[in-house]
Design a protein around this ligand. Structure first.
Ligand SMILES: [Zn+2]
Length: 62
């Protein structure tokens, strides 16, 4: 595979992992809980990015 194809696969797999984690958080009832500070994430932030795992205050994990 070309480098471009390899990078595309990595990006897709990373997105799939994010989707899996979001679904798992939905199932376990922690979907709106920030994974860093455990505060509830704003609904408007989750509407903007449904895969958000932490508040936008922690951009390194967004
Ligand atoms: Zn937080």
């Amino acid at each position: 595979m070309s480098d471009f194809a390899n990078e595309s696969v990595s990006a897709i797999e990373s997105t799939l992992n994010d989707v899996d984690r979001a679904l798992e958080r939905l199932r376990s009832g922690t979907y709106r809980t920030c994974q860093v500070c455990h505060a509830p994430i704003d609904e408007s932030d989750l509407i903007a990015n449904p895969l958000l795992a932490s508040c936008p205050a922690h951009p390194e994990l967004a």
